[in-house]
Structures are given as C-alpha cells and as structure tokens.
Design a protein around this ligand. Structure first.
Ligand SMILES: N[C@@H](CCC(=O)N[C@@H](CS)C(=O)NCC(=O)O)C(=O)O
Length: 206
C-alpha cells in the first residue's frame, strides 16, 4: 500500500486533492496546516514545498505541489477510469486542466474574493463586476462543449472533469440560466460521493 500524506487545511485548494483521493478510495495521512500559518514558510515545510503554499503531497517519499498537477499524478499513479486511457485522452485531460487554471481560476477567485471573502471594506465592486464579466466567455465555451457530450473527455467522468469542476467550485453559487449544460454538469460532478466528502471536510453543509 502506498504511503500518502497530504498537506493543507481542507478549506483551501487542498480540497481538490481530498476529492481525488476519496474518488480513488485511497487512505492518506493529512496535515491540515493552514495557508496563513507562518510555519508553512519555513523548514521543514519549505523543504517539501519551497513555495510556502498549500496543497502539497508526499507519495512514497516523492513530493509534489500544485493542486491540479497532484490530481493528474494521482489519477495516473493509481489508475482507474478517471485517468486517460491513451495518449490522446491524456492530451485532452491536460488541455482541460490547463484551460481551467488559465481561463477560469483567477477571475472566478477574484469574483469570490470581492463578493464574499474579503472584509466588506476591502471589497471592490468594480473588480467583482469585471471578473464576472471575464468568466462569461470561458464558461460559455464550456457550456457549448458540454451541450455536445456528457463529460469533457472519453464519455466518462475523468480527472479532467474533476479538475475543471474543482476550479469552478465557486460557480456553484452563480445563477446562470443561459448556461444550462455547464450548470447541470457542475452539479453532477459535485454530487459525486467523493466530492461531497471533500466539501464536508471543508465545512460545507451538504
Ligand atoms: N496554483 C497553486 C496555488 C496554491 C495557493 O495559492 N494556495 C493558497 C491556499 S488555497 C496558499 O497557500 N496561500 C498562502 C500564500 O500564498 O501565502 C495550486 O493550485 O496549488
């Protein structure tokens, strides 16, 4: 059995990896260090992740950071239908993962920060408005693709769906009647038992 230790409180991007670990049915140790814990910026943590950020993971002695890369690795290492079945599927899985990270994550995060997370005095309505405007186009593209197929790659749930749905977590709270295929896909991904476990780990009442 592999030795797996995940670092990072569940109420952070670490919950993406908790979802994947649960999806794969893997047992793991968990150090729930918080993103604002000063210990994260010093050894021994920086010996494993020099960025001083969470999440990171150590699998059989091999350290890895970047939440979405960790999920790609876990899917490959531990097999199952969530991994790409061939090099074409692996290419498409990388494509969607990088697309999520570059086309959606920053704007959706800024929208959430400036509508929910920052203290009210620090929220900038113009940033929230512009961020929401920016994500309309990529989410419309996703909606269009999901009108043609049930899942992003290979007609089954894969790590591509997991990574993009995880990046789109905050969109669960957005009302988007003009993007029905995206909404239905997002709800379906997040209704998976492993996804619900990950949300409960971060305190969501689901
Ligand atoms: N692209 C990285 C982002 C990592 C990241 O920024 N993590 C946040 C928590 S969700 C963090 O550790 N913030 C603390 C800091 O930046 O000092 C990933 O997906 O893992």
């Amino acid at each position: 059995m592999a030795s797996i230790k995940l670092y990072g409180v569940a109420a952070s991007r670490s919950f993406r990896n908790i979802w994947m670990l649960k999806e794969l049915g893997l047992a793991f140790d968990h150090d729930p260090i918080a993103f604002n814990d000063p210990a994260l910026k010093a050894p021994p943590y920086t010996d494993v992740n020099p960025n001083g950020r969470i999440p990171f993971i150590v699998v059989d002695g091999m350290p890895l950071f970047e939440s979405l890369a960790i999920n790609l690795y876990l899917a490959e290492k531990f097999g199952s239908s969530v991994a790409g079945a061939n090099v074409e599927e692996r290419g498409q899985i990388s494509q969607w993962t990088l697309w999520g990270a570059t086309s959606v994550e920053t704007d959706l995060g800024n929208w959430a920060y400036h509508t929910m997370f920052l203290p009210e005095a620090e929220r900038k309505p113009e940033v929230a408005k512009q961020s929401l405007e920016n994500i309309k186009k990529p989410l419309a593209i996703l909606d269009g693709e999901l009108a043609k197929r049930e899942y992003l790659v290979g007609n089954r749930f894969t790590v591509a769906d997991l990574n993009v749905a995880a990046v789109c977590y905050r969109a669960l709270g957005l009302d988007m009647p003009d993007k029905p295929h995206f909404k239905a896909w997002l709800a379906k991904c997040w209704a998976r038992p492993a996804a619900l476990e990950a949300r409960r780990a971060r305190g969501d009442k689901v």
